[in-house]
Ligand binder design. Structure first.
Ligand code: GDP
Ligand code: MN
Length: 380
C-alpha cells in the first residue's frame, strides 16, 4: 500500500523530520485560503500515487493566493498517468539551493534494509542510478542494531554534504529509519531532501510504501488507504477476502488459489485469449464468496465469458458446484460460463453444472480453448 505524499510527510514529521508547513485541499477556494494563511508564496502539489508529477505539470509554484487558486483549479481538473487528481497539497514554497536523495528500502539479496543517498537528488534519480551509479551511496542497516551514527556520517561524507549540515542530516536519516521500522515499510523515501537558501534541511517530497502483509499491525495507517484512487472493484473484493486485480482482456477468471489463477491466465494466453482479471477466491467456495466474485467480475463491461477453474481439495467438487448454483440464483449471468472442476467429487460437481447449462471441461486446456472460442462467438 502506498501513502500519498502528504501522508508520508506527516508520518515523517512524527519522527522529527522537518517538512514544509502546509495542508491538503480538495477545492481551489480552500487552496487559496491555505495560501493566504501561509503568506502567499506556495507550491500546489497534486496528490496522486505516481512518480514524476513535477514533469507532468502536477506541481506548480504560486506567488500569490489568487495564483494558488488558479493553479489549484487547473491541477484539480488534471489526470496524471490515468489517475484523476482529487486533492492538492498546498505547501509553503521553499527556496532551494541543493536537492538530495535519501531513501530506505529492503535489499533482498543482502537480507537487510539499505539506506541510499545521493547528492544528485530531484526528479531524475532513476537516470542518475543508470548513468552515474557512483553518485549513489548505499549503506546496509543491521536490523537488530538499527542505523548507527557512523553510518549516517558515512552517507553524509559520501555525498559531500557540507559539515554544517551533518547534524541535521544525521537526525533526518535516523527519523527516516524510525519511520521505516515503525510502519513496516518496504520503502521510505525523501526526494528531494533540500538544503534551502537559508541553510536548513527540509523534506520537500515524501513517499512510503507499506508491506500489505503487516498492515494488520497498523490499523491507523491501513485507514489512510485512499479508496478513490483504487479501482472500486478491488476495494469491494478486499471486503470479501478475495484477491482481485482487473486486467485488460475479456475472459473473466474465477479460480481457487493464487498459483492456479496464474496458471489459468497463462493457459488462456497460450490459446490466444486475454484474461480480464486475476481472481483468487481462496480456500473453499461458499455461495456467498462465489456470488461476490461473480458480481465483481461482471461489473467489468469487457468480460464476454467467465471461466471457473476450481480444484476441489478439502472442499468437495459437488459442494463447490452447489455454491456456484446458489450464487447464480442471486447474480444473473447472461454470458457463457465455462467450468473446469477437478478433485474430490469432481464428477458429481460437473454433472450438477452441466444440468444447469454451463459449459464444462475435463481439463484446463480444453476449458481455456472453450473459453477462447466462446469469446469469438464460435462453438464452445
Ligand atoms: P515528484 O515530481 O512527483 O517527485 O514531486 P516532488 O515533490 O519531488 O517535486 C518535483 C520538483 O518540484 C522538486 O524536485 C523541486 O525541484 C520542485 N519543487 C517542489 N516543491 C518545491 C518548492 O517548494 N519550491 C521550489 N522552488 N521547487 C519545488
Ligand atoms: Mn519527488
Amino acid at each position: 500500500m502506498k501513502l500519498q505524499e502528504y501522508q508520508s510527510k506527516q508520518y515523517f514529521a512524527k519522527f522529527g523530520i522537518p517538512i514544509p508547513k502546509g495542508r491538503v485541499a480538495v477545492t481551489a477556494a480552500s487552496a487559496k485560503q491555505i495560501a493566504e494563511e501561509l503568506g502567499g508564496r506556495v507550491v500546489i502539489k497534486s496528490q496522486v500515487l505516481v512518480g514524476g508529477r513535477g514533469k507532468a505539470g502536477g506541481i506548480r509554484l504560486a506567488k500569490s493566493p489568487k495564483e494558488a487558486e488558479d493553479l489549484a483549479t487547473q491541477i484539480l481538473s488534471m489526470e496524471i498517468k490515468g489517475l484523476p487528481v482529487r486533492k492538492v497539497l498546498v505547501d509553503e514554497a521553499a527556496n532551494i539551493e541543493t536537492e538530495i536523495y535519501l531513501g530506505i528500502t529492503n535489499d533482498r539479496a543482502a537480507r537487510k534494509p539499505v539506506i541510499i543517498a545521493s547528492a544528485a537528488g530531484g526528479v531524475d534519480i532513476e537516470e542518475v542510478a543508470r548513468l552515474t551509479p557512483e553518485k549513489i551511496i548505499r549503506v546496509h542497516i543491521d536490523p537488530l542494531l538499527g542505523l548507527r551514527d557512523y553510518q549516517a556520517r558515512d552517507l553524509a561524507a559520501g555525498i559531500d554534504l557540507p559539515r554544517t549540515h551533518w547534524r541535521a542530516f544525521n537526525q533526518i536519516a535516523h527519523g527516516l529509519w524510525e519511520s521505516y521500522k515503525a510502519s513496516d515499510a518496504t520503502l521510505a523515501e525523501i526526494n528531494p531532501l533540500v538544503i534551502t537558501t537559508d541553510e536548513r534541511l527540509l523534506a520537500l517530497d515524501g513517499k512510503m510504501v507499506l508491506d500489505d502483509n503487516a498492515l494488520f499491525r497498523h490499523p491507523n495507517l491501513a485507514e489512510m488507504r485512499d479508496r478513490d484512487v483504487e479501482a472500486d472493484a478491488e476495494t469491494e473484493a478486499r471486503k470479501y477476502g478475495l484477491s482481485y486485480i482487473q486486467l485488460d482482456g475479456d475472459i473473466g477468471c474465477m479460480v481457487n488459489g493464487a498459483g492456479l489463477a496464474m496458471a489459468t491466465m497463462d493457459i488462456i494466453k497460450l490459446f490466444g485469449g486475454e484474461p480480464a482479471n486475476f481472481l483468487d477466491i481462496g480456500g473453499g467456495a461458499s455461495a456467498e464468496k462465489v456470488a461476490a466474485a461473480l458480481r465483481i467480475i461482471l461489473k467489468d463491461p469487457k468480460v464476454k465469458v467467465v471461466l471457473f477453474n476450481i480444484f476441489g481439495g478439502i472442499t468437495r467438487g459437488d459442494e463447490v458446484a452447489r455454491g456456484i448454483l446458489t450464487a447464480l440464483e442471486e447474480v444473473k449471468v447472461e454470458i457463457p460460463m465455462v467450468t473446469r472442476l477437478v478433485g474430490t467429487n469432481a464428477e458429481e460437481g460437473r454433472q450438477i453444472l452441466a444440468d444447469a447449462d454451463m459449459i464444462t471441461a475435463d481439463t484446463l486446456v480444453s476449458a481455456a480453448q472453450k473459453a477462447v472460442a466462446a469469446v469469438e462467438g464460435g462453438p464452445a
